[in-house]
Design a protein around this ligand. Sequence first.
Ligand SMILES: Nc1ncnc2c1ncn2[C@@H]1O[C@H](COP(=O)(O)OP(=O)(O)OP(=O)(O)O)[C@@H](O)[C@H]1O
Ligand SMILES: [Mg+2]
Length: 276
Amino acid sequence: MLKVCFLSMKGGTGKTTLSLLFSYWAANRGLKVALMDMDPQGNATIACAEHLAFNEEGLLKLGMPYIIREFLTPGASSERLKETVQSNVLWVEQVKGKGLWVVPNFLETHKYDLHLAANHVVPVFVREVTSLLPEEIDVVVMDCPPYLSSLSYAALFGADAIVIPAETSKFGIVGVELLLTVVEDVIRKRGNPYHNIIIQPNRIRNTKASLFYLEAMRERYAEFLADSYFKETVEIPRMLREGILSFNVGSSTVRRNVIESIESLGNRILNGEGKN
Ligand SMILES: Nc1ncnc2c1ncn2[C@@H]1O[C@H](COP(=O)(O)OP(=O)(O)OP(=O)(O)O)[C@@H](O)[C@H]1O
Ligand SMILES: [Mg+2]
C-alpha cells in the first residue's frame, strides 16, 4: 500500500485538485484508491461525495472525527478501532466498476487537533488507520490543509511520498522553502526518508512573472521538480466535476495536456523514482 500526501503551506495551490485528479487517474487504471481527507474544510469530500450531504444518514455522521475520537478513547480495543475505521470509510461509485473509497472530513475535526497532539498519537495515526482500511487498497491519497495541524503532521509521518503543489510566484517559492525545512525535520524524527518528494507547479499562466518563477523553481529544486506542470485552465475544474469519467471522454488539446501532466505525476508517484 503506497501512501502519498498532498501538502503545501500556502492555500489554494491545488492540493485538493491534484489529490482528486490523481485519485481518479489511479482508479481509472484499476488501482484501488482510498482518498483520506485530512482537511477539516472537507473540500475533497464535498467534491467527490457531494450527494452524501443530502443523505438523511448524512455526511456529518460519518468520517474522520469519529475515527480520531475512537483513537483517543483510552483502552479502545483493536477490534473496536477496526470496526470504527471501516464504518467511517465510504465507497463512492463513479463509473460502473470503478470508484474509490473516501474517508470524509468536516469542521468537527478541529475539536480534536490539540488532543491528537497531546496524546502523542500523531506519529502513528496514519499507519494505524490505513492498516485498518479494507485490505485490497493499493494507494492511499491524503489531501492536507494549508497549514501545519496535527493531521498534516500525521500525514507527513505516515506518508511514503509527498507532493507539494506550488504556484509560481514569490509566495509560492517561500511556501515551498518553508515546507521543505519541515519535511527535513520530520525525516529526522521518523528516521525514515521518503520514496519520493515532488514539487508540482500548478496554475501556470502565460505571463512573464509566472514563467520567471517557474524557471527559478527549476534552478532551485531541480531534484524535486515534477517533469511537467499544470496550466491554469477551466478544463481542470470541469474534469473534477466529471470524476473518473473525465479520463475516458474524448479529449480536447487542453484536456489532453492535463491528462499528460497527471500521467507524468502519477507515474512518478507510483514508480517512486525519488532522489532524496
Ligand atoms: N490548474 C488549475 N487551473 C484552474 N483552476 C485551478 C487549477 N488548480 C486549482 N484550481 C482552482 O483553484 C482553486 C483552489 O484549488 P484547490 O482547492 O485544489 O487548492 P488547495 O490547495 O486544496 O486549497 P486549500 O489550501 O484551501 O486547501 C479551486 O477553485 C480550483 O478549482
Ligand atoms: Mg484543499
